[in-house]
Design a protein around this ligand. Structure first.
Ligand SMILES: [Zn+2]
Length: 365
């Protein structure tokens, strides 16, 4: 009596695999990398629009990024929506919208990274920002305010599911060490007892390390070898992995922001060549930014030569105010489950795109 249903279950599982569920998901977040910024970066780097690899991924959607309490999101609420499937208030990390910023906790929301840990997959978070900054933190921590650096990073060593994030690479080393020390925690010692190789530079990452925490104070490291090695490490888990790679591209410093778009575009291209067809790759932004291309023409550099001429400049081709904006951002994807990325979607939908790509429902496995 028992054999038949078990056999059917096995058959269903095999059918699901054949239908193309993803073993791995890699989520690339261009922080502030909205469509206007991608457009300007393509012209800046390639002399023409739509020349980014990201812009040629096969499945595209337009994603609303709003927070629960505002049309314009910050990185905390923006990323929380993407990784938990629920909108929350600006400043809040992966807690429900019942949270009051810096005052009261909301309900703790299980993130896609925690779902992966719960099911025995390997996980990683890589960023050129502080590892305790909003975008990476929303993956592994829950806090009513994004600025609680020590409390946030301490949660990395107290995972709610599995053995916690396996690959931890980012900047903000001094701040997270100071923040955790204030709470009486020697975080590096604690991470070592949990099997992490603790490094002070992402460049020192070896593909042999089983678990790694590599923190630096210099976010300008070369992401290409780091992401490639991280994928090698994560790929050893036959159950698969979840990896989030954030590259900050706020164009507040315009040239640096656009160069970082090109850098991230290279990482996505390299990753697409590295992984097999069992991997869902998604690129999106947590929110857009108020950059506008207002001039320029083919054959001329989009940005003025550096250093800026002392003569009074003509109006620049690209104008930047100083803030996030609320319009839709690009979601681009390839791999199993990528076909669900189309049309206008919400930031919360992306969580379900990833869950269903793995073949999971939100109920405990
Ligand atoms: Zn952001």
């Amino acid at each position: 009596m028992i054999k038949a249903p078990l056999f059917l279950l096995a058959l269903l599982a095999a059918t699901a695999a054949a239908a193309g569920t993803a073993r791995n998901v890699i989520l690339f977040i261009g922080d502030a990398g909205g469509i206007p910024t991608l457009h300007a970066a393509s012209i800046h780097g390639h002399g023409q629009p739509q020349a980014l690899f990201i812009q040629h991924l096969p499945h595209l959607g337009l994603m609303d990024t709003s927070a629960a309490d505002a049309w314009v999101t910050d990185s905390a609420a923006g990323m929380s929506a993407i990784v938990t499937g629920q909108k929350t208030n600006n400043g809040v990390l992966s807690q429900s919208a019942a949270a009051v910023k810096d005052q009261r906790d909301g309900e703790t929301l299980q993130t896609i990274l925690e779902h992966a840990e719960q099911r025995g997959l390997s996980t990683g978070v890589i960023t050129n920002m502080s590892i305790a900054d909003a975008t990476p933190a929303a993956c592994y921590a829950h806090a009513n305010y994004r600025k609680k650096t020590g409390e946030i990073f301490a949660q990395l060593a107290q995972p709610r599911f599995g053995d916690g994030v396996d690959i931890v690479i980012g900047a903000g080393r001094k701040a997270v060490l100071a923040g955790t020390r204030e709470l009486g925690i020697d975080i590096e010692a604690r991470l070592r007892t949990q099997g992490y190789v603790v490094l002070d530079s992402p460049a020192a990452l070896s593909a042999e390390a089983p678990r790694v925490a590599a923190l630096t104070d210099d976010g300008d490291f070369d992401p290409r070898p780091v992401v490639a090695r991280a994928i090698e490490i994560l790929s050893r888990n036959p159950k698969g992995y979840f990896l989030m790679v954030e590259w900050d591209m706020h164009p507040t410093k315009l040239r640096r922001g656009l160069d970082r778009v090109l850098q991230m575009d290279d990482i996505v291209r390299q990753t697409a060549a590295q992984v097999k067809d069992d991997t869902l790759i998604i690129f999106t932004a947590d929110h857009s930014f108020d950059l506008r291309t207002r001039g320029g023409k083919p054959g001329e550099p989009l940005l003025p030569a550096e250093p800026a001429a002392s003569a009074p400049a003509a109006k620049p081709n690209v104008r930047v105010d100083d803030g996030h904006t609320g319009e839709q951002v690009l979601v681009a994807a390839q791999g199993p489950g990528a076909e669900k990325v189309h049309g206008f979607i919400k930031n919360t939908d992306l969580f379900h795109v990833m869950m269903s790509a793995y073949g999971w429902t939100a109920a405990a496995p």
